[in-house]
Design a protein around this ligand. Structure first.
Ligand SMILES: [Ca+2]
Ligand SMILES: [Ca+2]
Ligand SMILES: [Ca+2]
Ligand SMILES: [Ca+2]
Length: 354
């Protein structure tokens, strides 16, 4: 791509400036390096604000209509996400939704299309900081804060396989959080009628018409309800962030349909298996946090069985010993953790005398 860009530029300039061409090899090398740097930075930020992100490799978020049976893979017909805007950003904020409708492409049909989903954006005091907003089930007060926008979708060919923009919002309409140095917006998607599955994605953008990331932005959730790939070779991930006070962690997953394994990896933990759920039931398991995991992200990997369950939707959330829910950041804090073999070898092998 860079080479093509380089060649095209060179040809288009050819007749206009022969001197430029003669001087180009070094100049163009610098230019292509600059383009490469821009592309790398752009892709990094895009991964941060697409929900789900590229690192998560999750094809879609899922929220069913509230008349669906939970065996379809959604336990509570509601999903909450938080978007973080760095305090130094002064431009406009849009929350764009891909395939916000329930019908046509991507969505999961149950009988006839009869489902409505409502998206609502909240900011201001308590949008994030209220304890009920940080719960995994839609408790009474989870819609805390000031409602900034809302829209209900059913079947809607205009936005099928297409983007709908919420906004523009001023960053300061979010709730300011001094710990993170950012403004936080809450986005709730609820299935308010019907029994079909809404599949969708988000992107926080500086533009209403394109996905342009906000530098340093991120997003997180306390509970994920998502669709797995049908291809068993595709591995999906979530990256819970381990606060330094965490000593024990419990994971809970719902309706995994015994579709292979869920395992956790960190710099000091290799592919440890978690309890997995069958159809329409929960499974849970816990483990002690290791020193090398505090202040970093874990990598939960969802690995399907070779045959793979088609259209498999699953729910997961993770708690520490105090019952606090861990945040799953779209752009994992500290990066994607890679197991460091050397560390475990050193710990397990007693030092031998020379
Ligand atoms: Ca659709
Ligand atoms: Ca239906
Ligand atoms: Ca949809
Ligand atoms: Ca399922």
């Amino acid at each position: 791509m860079i080479v093509t860009f380089f060649r095209k530029n060179r040809i288009s300039n050819k007749n206009q400036n022969d001197m430029f061409i003669k001087k180009t090899p070094k100049f163009n090398m610098i230019k292509s390096c600059i383009v490469l740097v821009i592309l790398i930075f752009t892709s990094l930020y895009i991964q941060g604000q697409a929900v789900p992100s590229e690192e998560e490799n999750i094809p879609f978020l899922v929220t069913f209509g509230n008349k669906a049976e939970t065996l379809w893979g959604d336990n509570d017909f509601s999903q909450v996400f938080f978007f973080m805007v760095p305090e130094n950003y002064k431009g406009m904020v849009f929350i764009r939704v891909f395939d916000p409708d329930v019908g046509g492409k991507h969505d999961e049909l149950n009988g006839v299309w009869d489902t409505q989903v409502r998206y609502s954006i909240y900011g201001g005091k308590d949008a994030f900081s209220h304890p009920d907003a940080q719960e995994v089930n839609p408790k009474k007060n989870y819609k805390t804060g000031t409602q900034l926008a809302t829209k209900t979708f059913g079947v809607d060919p205009k936005y099928d396989d297409n983007w709908y923009p919420f906004g523009p919002f001023n960053p300061t309409q979010g709730e300011y959080d001094s710990k993170y140095g950012c403004y936080i917006f809450k986005v709730i998607c609820e299935g308010i009628s019907g029994d079909d599955g809404n599949l969708y994605r988000y992107f926080m953008s500086t533009s209403g018409t394109a996905n342009i990331p906000i530098e340093g932005g991120n997003a997180f959730a306390y509970e994920y309800t998502f669709r797995l790939h049908d291809n068993p070779k595709e591995v999906s991930h979530i990256y819970p962030y381990v606060e330094t006070e965490s000593v024990k962690i419990k994971q809970m997953n719902f309706d995994w349909d015994d579709d292979g394994v869920i395992r956790v990896t960190s710099e000091v933990r290799r592919e440890e298996l978690c309890a997995v759920s069958g159809d329409n039931v929960w499974a849970e398991s816990e483990f002690a946090v290791r020193d090398g995991e505090k202040g970093k992200s874990l990598d939960f990997q969802f690995i399907k069985s070779p045959k793979g369950i088609k259209n498999n939707n699953v729910v997961i959330y993770i708690r520490n010993q105090n019952g606090e829910n861990l945040k799953f950041y779209s752009s994992p804090i500290g990066g994607v953790p890679k197991y460091k073999y050397v560390i475990e070898t050193q710990k397990k092998t007693p030092a031998t005398k020379k």
